[in-house]
Design a protein around this ligand. Structure first.
Ligand code: A2P
Length: 317
């Protein structure tokens, strides 16, 4: 397994298990199966509302001797309703309690979007606060305090544009070390990749398989399919592997981490085995040609009406 280095010498396994959309009754077995398969990187978030079950899986895996805490890389994310400086630490403490851990390897600011305290998902524009009211710099001070106090080993962000990363880098005492964003051949984000390589920010690719199990309100009517694109399907056939494996190895070969979600033991194994696939330069070049600048996670749930956010202010593209 390729490992991605952080500046203090810690390394994050390039392939991890995603847990968004994994239900409480599935995620325990998914995490146990992933650890048994050899995964050493599990990606979590408070808003996935399944951290307590993941914590149970970790505790049982440690007890069974499947893995030691220090061999696992665990990421989680601060939800949008806890962006005030004073709310960051309690949010992280709740995640640690649920995950039954005493530190995280990586803690991320989940979105550059602020919701009022206590709001899980916004029902109206009144549920939002703007980034002028609670700037990222305030949230980041809370993240830095958690880092200093050892509640997490590394801090980063998710869904941040280059402009927002630059703004944060300008004020951060401890710079963000990771940006977790949507990345796949329909949205390769080449400029972001180059920027992050220059700034020593590890990129993590979410929705690498197109996130087809998203709830209907998060889906567009005629989404493009990654698995059946002739270039992806053709490369899979040539290498005798699955389209999913091509997509995952493409991400790893570009130097990013990748966190496919699965609750199916066969697919959990299949995805893990993608780390051993080798794509040729001609494969990578062919895949580079299928960019459609297409976001599966469009961000429209934060915008529209009188919310303080627009798609332009969110992605800054
Ligand atoms: P399942 O959990 O039943 O395996 P993403 O990581 O982009 O969010 O995609 C997750 C979706 O892709 C889920 O529906 C998941 O279903 C499915 N999936 C995960 N691995 C594979 C695979 N190797 N082949 C096909 N579908 C997969």
């Amino acid at each position: 397994m390729k490992n991605l280095p952080f500046s203090n010498g810690d390394t994050m396994p390039a392939l991890g298990l995603g847990t968004w959309k994994s239900n409480d009754d599935e995620v325990y077995h998914a995490v146990r199966a992933a650890i048994e398969t050899g995964y050493r990187h599990i990606d979590c978030a408070a808003i996935y509302l399944n951290e307590a079950e993941i914590g149970r899986a970790f505790a049982d895996a440690f007890k069974a001797g499947d893995v030691k805490r220090e061999e696992l890389w665990v990421t989680s994310k601060l939800w949008n309703s806890s962006h005030r400086h004073r709310d960051v630490r309690p949010a992280l403490e709740k995640t640690l309690k649920d995950l039954r851990l005493d530190y995280l390897d990586l803690y991320l600011v989940h979105w550059p979007v602020v919701l009022k305290p206590g709001v899980v998902f916004p029902a109206s524009p009144d549920d939002f606060l703007s980034l002028d009211e609670v700037p990222v710099s305030e949230t980041w001070k809370g993240m830095e305090a958690c880092l200093r106090d050892g509640l997490c080993r590394h801090t980063g962000v998710a869904n941040f544009s280059i402009a927002k990363l630059k703004k944060l880098l300008a004020v951060a005492e401890y710079p963000p070390e990771n940006n977790q964003i949507e990345l796949h051949p329909y949205l390769p984000q080449n400029e972001m990749l180059a920027f992050c390589q220059k700034e020593n920010i590890v990129l993590t690719a979410y929705s690498p398989l197109g996130s087809r199990d998203r709830p209907a309100p998060f889906k567009a009517a005629d989404e493009p399919d990654l698995f059946t694109h002739p270039v992806i399907a053709g490369i899979a056939e040539k290498h005798g592997c699955t389209p999913a494996q091509v997509l995952l190895q493409w991400a790893i070969a570009r130097g990013t981490a990748v966190i496919p979600k699965s609750v199916n033991p066969q697919r959990i194994r299949q995805n893990f085995e993608a780390a051993a696939l080798r794509l040729g330069a001609e494969d990578m070049a062919a895949i580079a040609g299928i960019d459609q600048s297409y976001r599966f996670i469009s961000g429209t749930f934060w915008t529209g009406g009188d919310t303080p956010y627009t798609l332009k202010s969110l992605w800054e593209e």
